[in-house]
Design a protein around this ligand. Structure first.
Ligand SMILES: Nc1ncnc2c1ncn2[C@@H]1O[C@H](COP(=O)(O)OP(=O)(O)OP(=O)(O)O)[C@@H](O)[C@H]1O
Ligand SMILES: O=P(O)(O)OC[C@H]1O[C@H](OP(=O)(O)OP(=O)(O)O)[C@H](O)[C@@H]1O
Length: 231
C-alpha cells in the first residue's frame, strides 16, 4: 500500500511543511515539472506526495483520499465534525500559529466576555428587530462555541469569504469570528477579543486520516516517528 501525504503547494505553510519533512529524512521532489501536483520522496516508492492548498488538505483528509496531511488545526476542525474520532493529530509542528477568536467592536464597552455577549444576543431582537449577526468563514467552530459551549442560540451567521474584520464597520455583521496572529488587523478595524473568546489556538499539524488499513502498517508508524523526531 502506498501512503499519500498532502503537502501545501502554496500559501503561508508551504516552505515550513517541506522543511519539516526534509528534517524528518523525507526529501520531497516534484514529479514532472515544477507546476506538477504530484511529488515523491527520494528513494521511497511507498510514499506519494499530493501538493494541495491547506484547505484542500483538510478536505482530502476528511474524505480519506490522503493518508496524512500537513495543515492547520483550525481548517481540520472546521471541515470535520467529531474531528478527533476521524483523524489523529500526530504532531504540532510549531509554525502557522493563529488563534480563532470572537471579536466585537471596541465601542461595546459593556461587552468583555461571552456571558456579556449572550446578554446582548438575548436582547438584540427586541432592540434592533433582528438577530445578532456574526461574520465568519468558520461556521462549524462558531456554532460549536456559541451554541454548544456557551448556550447562545440567538444569532445568525453571515458567511464571509474575505475581509471579515471589515464586516462590523461596513454594517454587514455585528461581530466576527476569525483568525488572528499579530492582532494588528483587529486593532486596525477597532475590534477587541472577548476575554474568554479564544475558540481555538491553532497551528500547523501532521494529521492522519484514521483508516483501518493503517493498523500495523510500518510506514505509517515510521512517518509519525520521523516527523516527531524532527521537531
Ligand atoms: N495570519 C494568518 N492569516 C491566515 N491564516 C493564517 C495566519 N497565520 C496562520 N494561518 C494559518 O494558515 C492556514 C491557512 O493557510 P493558507 O491561507 O495558505 O491556506 P488556504 O486557506 O488553503 O489558502 P487559500 O485561501 O489560498 O486557498 C490556516 O490553518 C491558518 O490558521
Ligand atoms: O492578526 P494579524 O496578524 O493581523 O492576521 C490576521 C489576518 O490575516 C489573515 O488574512 P490575510 O490578509 O493573510 O489573508 P487571507 O485571509 O487570505 O489568508 C486573516 O484572515 C486575518 O485577516
Amino acid at each position: 500500500m502506498t501512503i499519500t501525504i498532502g503537502l501545501p503547494s502554496k500559501g503561508r505553510m508551504k516552505e515550513d511543511s517541506s522543511a519539516i519533512l526534509a528534517r524528518a529524512g523525507f526529501s520531497v521532489v516534484a514529479v514532472g515539472n515544477d507546476r506538477s501536483y504530484r511529488g515523491r520522496v527520494e528513494g521511497r516508492d511507498d510514499i506519494e506526495i499530493a501538493f494541495l492548498s491547506a484547505s484542500e488538505i483538510s478536505r482530502e483528509i476528511a474524505n480519506g483520499t490522503v493518508d496524512f496531511g500537513v495543515t492547520g488545526e483550525d481548517l481540520v476542525r472546521e471541515e470535520l465534525a467529531e474531528a478527533d474520532a476521524r483523524v489523529e493529530f500526530c504532531a504540532r509542528l510549531g509554525f502557522g500559529h493563529a488563534d480563532v477568536v470572537v471579536a466585537v467592536p471596541e465601542i461595546w464597552l459593556d461587552v468583555d466576555t461571552m456571558a456579556d455577549l449572550g446578554d446582548v444576543a438575548a436582547d438584540f431582537r427586541a432592540r434592533h428587530g433582528r438577530r445578532l449577526t456574526i461574520a465568519t468563514k468558520y461556521w462549524r467552530l462558531t456554532q460549536q462555541f456559541f451554541s454548544g459551549n456557551h448556550g447562545i442560540q440567538l444569532y445568525r451567521i453571515v458567511e464571509s469569504l474575505g475581509a471579515t474584520e471589515g464586516a462590523p464597520a461596513s454594517g454587514s455583521a455585528d461581530i466576527i469570528v476569525d483568525i488572528t496572529s499579530t492582532g494588528s488587523t483587529l486593532v486596525a478595524n477597532h475590534l477587541k477579543i472577548l476575554s474568554d473568546g479564544v475558540i481555538l489556538k491553532s497551528e500547523a499539524c501532521l494529521v492522519r486520516a484514521r483508516k483501518p488499513e493503517h493498523e500495523g502498517n510500518p510506514v505509517v508508524a515510521e512517518i509519525i516517528d520521523a516527523v516527531r523526531g524532527a521537531l
